[in-house]
Design a binder for this molecule. Structure first.
Ligand code: SF4
Ligand code: SF4
Length: 179
């Protein structure tokens, strides 16, 4: 099994353990706050981009064109937060769910030493004491494993060099962080 799939599998194990211990977990299709409030343009490792291209290539051409257009707008957008260009905004669903990034899989289930939890909705329940029993995943370990998956670039930069899109994507000039 390659390193990315092994990482997916390990994340899924943690996510399932949390879900099993909390039957009313907030994350479900249609709850798309995390996809609508990205702090920065997603950073993607080479292996994740390879997988993401498969998902993008399988979309109907008009849908891919729409995503490419949104990515092009994102490359010059300076305001934050941003909406993920791969979100189906009408249905609150990810258009590349099977190929989504590791950060999308860990969101809401993993904590980072410096940043804590990413999802504010779940954080509210933590503050209430409702999730005292949850054993969170450690995102610092995920970051370490991501560094093993090839170079990391902004989504906009990967798109700019991709022959699969017919739209010219400007290369961003600003600094960006992680999801
Ligand atoms: S991480 Fe938060 S916003 Fe995202 S699906 Fe889960 S509960 Fe909803
Ligand atoms: S890739 Fe999918 S799951 Fe990840 S932020 Fe975008 S829409 Fe959400």
């Amino acid at each position: 099994m390659n390193k990315l799939y092994k990482l997916h599998e390990d994340v899924e194990t943690r996510v399932n353990a949390i879900r099993d211990s909390q039957s009313d977990w907030l994350c479900r299709q249609g709850c798309d706050g995390c996809c609508r409030r990205l702090a920065e343009v997603p950073k993607i490792t080479a292996k994740e981009w390879d997988l993401l291209q498969e998902g993008l290539s399988a979309l109907p051409p008009e849908q891919l064109m729409e995503i490419s257009q949104k990515v092009a707008e994102l490359a010059v957008q300076v305001s934050r937060p941003i909406v993920c260009p791969m979100l189906d905004r009408a249905n609150g669903a990810c258009l590349v769910y099977a190929q989504r990034l590791v950060a999308c899989r860990t969101f809401g289930f993993y904590v980072q030493r410096e940043l804590g939890l990413y999802c504010k909705d779940i954080e509210t329940r933590v503050t209430d004491g409702a999730l005292a029993e949850v054993v969170w995943g450690n995102h610092d370990i995920i970051d370490r494993r991501l560094r093993d998956l090839g170079e990391s670039r902004d989504l906009t930069e990967w798109f700019a060099g991709w022959k699969g899109t017919l739209i010219e994507i400007p290369v961003s000039t600003y600094q960006s962080g992680s999801l």
